[in-house]
Structure formats: structure tokens, C-alpha cells
Design a protein around this ligand. Structure first.
Ligand SMILES: C[C@](O)(C(=O)O)[C@H](CC(=O)O)C(=O)O
Ligand SMILES: [Mg+2]
Length: 297
């Protein structure tokens, strides 16, 4: 009630332990704190906070327009409402190395369990679009170095994302990832790989946990949990899936009202009032009030 019971520190430790177990951690992207609760209720392993979703929520394209404050605030709102560890997309870290360090500290304070920082130039693009570019080795390494130095909780998971595959090719992307790990990254997010062979190549080259991005309408086909497990992946994100589903349903519902003059025909596809209240843990709030008002010395 009001916030999830486990503390941010406990959630970070839980994420580290889950990663050490070797099983694939499934992290759908929450589009708001409420959807994070649904993700937890369903039994997923973590919650992802996507930059693409966060921008889209504000009606903006994902081209580096959101600020560190906006991302930190929203990610914190999501993280506090779930007992699961939350991993946030910190884009390029929002500035120069010292800004990156400050971003990491802000995300720690906001209760996140980890973040990923990418090697794209500013302004960044969705990793699955053409026309993106990456910074040089030195700049990329400094970002990660700064993130590592800025971190205060050693359990906060720092994931280095490299967008180099689409720009410089697979071998160069693997080299880049290796040096990001040498700079202190805990895990690697190889962005926009084209298929299972490329995931396998990353797995063979690196010993740290690997994150697979199963975003729809991207560069590669959508791989199943079994396929990703067999490829030795450690985290899978479904960053924009829930937003796309929700917006698809909203679109259809609005059309229904326009077409028939009532939403009656789509009510059976809605989350019911009872289901919503259950997810909100409404009963605990009533109980809290009762306990406070009947309190006697
Ligand atoms: C993972 C990602 O960085 C995100 O912001 O969620 C995006 C997802 C998308 O735009 O589909 C990405 O660059 O892959
Ligand atoms: Mg992003």
C-alpha cells in the first residue's frame, strides 16, 4: 500500500541474485506505475522503464527530448509501486560524464535497481531506426567510467548499451562491448542485432550478463523465451509492448463509440472496476483508515 514493501537496496540485491541464478529474467516495459503492478502480479521478474514509452507518454518522439529530471521522476514513480526491481533506460546519460554520474545518483535515489547507458551521439534515435550514429571509443568509455564512479550502491546494475552493430558492424560492436565491460559495466545490451546468430556471437565473446531487446517492428524477428534462454541471454525486455497493446485497444474502443454511439460492445474487453481496485490494493487503504480512526490509547 502507498509504496512497495521491499526497499530499493533489497530490490537491487534481489536483481543481482536473480541474475546469478542464470535464468532468463523477463522485464516488460511499464507505461505507468499501475501497469508495473500488473507486471508484478503476473509473475514477471522485473519492470523495464523505456525511454521510448516515456517520451511517447508525453506525446514526444524518442529523440533525446526528455530530461534527466523527467526520466528520474517517472522511473521513480514506477519503481516505488512495485516490489520487483526496475531497470530504466537512461539514454546517453543526459550530458557529459559528470552529468552521467549525477544521473546515476538520481536514479539510485529514485529507487531504481539499474539503468542502461548507450553510446549513441546526441540527439539519439530509437536503436532500430536507420540514420543513428555512435560516439567514438573514448567518449563511450568515459560515459561508463563516469557511471561506475558516480554509483554509490555497488548493487545498482549498470548496463552498457552499444548501438554500434548497425553503424560499424558486428565485430566492431563486440569490440566496443568488451571495452565497455573493461570500463566497469556489469552487463551489456547489444542493440538492434539482426538475429539469433548475432546474439550467439555476443554470448561467445562476453562473460557478463546480456540483455536482449524484443521490441516489435524492429531489426530482428521476435525470439521466444526458450530461444533466448538457449542463446544464453540473461534479461529480455519488451519495452513498448504494453503501450502498443493499450493504445491499440484505446484506438479500437474510441472507434466503437463513434460507430455505435456507446462503449457497450467493448466493455467485456475492459479491466473491471473490481480488478482495478484489487490491483490498487484498495482494501488496504480502507483498513488503514479504519485502524487510524478506531485507534485508542
Ligand atoms: C529499448 C528502447 O531504447 C526504449 O526506449 O524502450 C527502444 C525501443 C523502441 O523504440 O522500440 C530502442 O531504441 O530499441
Ligand atoms: Mg530508449
Amino acid at each position: 500500500m502507498l509504496y512497495a514493501t521491499p526497499t530499493p537496496a533489497e530490490k537491487r540485491v534481489a536483481l543481482r541474485e536473480a541474475l546469478a541464478s542464470g535464468r532468463l529474467l523477463r522485464m516488460p516495459g511499464a507505461f505507468n506505475p499501475l501497469s508495473a503492478r500488473l507486471i508484478e502480479r503476473k509473475g514477471f521478474d522485473g519492470v523495464y522503464v523505456s525511454g521510448a514509452v516515456l517520451s511517447a507518454e508525453l506525446g514526444l518522439p524518442d529523440i533525446g527530448l526528455t530530461t534527466a529530471t523527467e526520466v528520474t521522476t517517472r522511473a521513480g514513480q514506477v519503481a516505488r509501486m512495485t516490489g520487483l526491481p526496475s531497470l530504466v533506460d537512461a539514454d546517453t546519460g543526459f550530458g557529459e560524464p559528470m552529468n552521467v554520474a549525477r544521473t546515476v545518483q538520481g536514479l539510485e535515489d529514485a529507487g531504481l535497481a539499474g539503468c542502461h547507458i548507450e553510446d549513441q551521439v546526441n540527439p539519439k534515435r530509437c536503436g532500430h531506426l536507420d540514420g543513428k550514429d555512435v560516439v567514438d571509443d573514448e567518449t563511450a568509455l568515459r560515459r561508463i567510467r563516469a557511471a561506475v564512479d558516480g554509483r554509490r550502491d555497488p548493487h545498482f546494475l549498470l548496463v552498457a548499451r552499444t548501438d554500434a552493430r548497425a553503424v560499424m558492424g558486428l565485430d566492431a560492436a563486440i569490440d566496443r562491448a568488451r571495452s565497455l565491460v573493461d570500463a566497469g559495466a556489469d552487463a551489456v545490451f547489444p542493440e538492434a542485432l539482426t538475429g539469433p546468430e548475432e546474439f550467439a556471437a555476443f554470448r561467445a565473446a562476453l562473460d557478463v550478463p546480456l540483455l536482449a531487446n524484443m521490441t516489435e517492428f524492429g531489426k530482428g524477428r521476435l525470439l521466444t523465451v526458450q530461444e533466448l534462454t538457449d542463446l544464453g541471454m540473461n534479461i529480455v525486455i519488451y519495452p513498448v509492448t504494453l503501450l502498443r497493446l493499450a493504445m491499440g485497444a484505446a484506438d479500437a474502443g474510441l472507434d466503437e463509440i463513434l460507430r455505435t454511439g456507446t462503449q457497450e460492445g467493448v466493455v467485456d474487453r475492459m479491466q473491471t472496476r473490481a480488478e482495478l481496485y484489487d490491483l490498487l490494493d484498495y482494501a488496504s487503504y480502507n483498513q488503514f483508515d479504519e485502524d487510524v480512526f478506531t485507534f485508542r490509547l
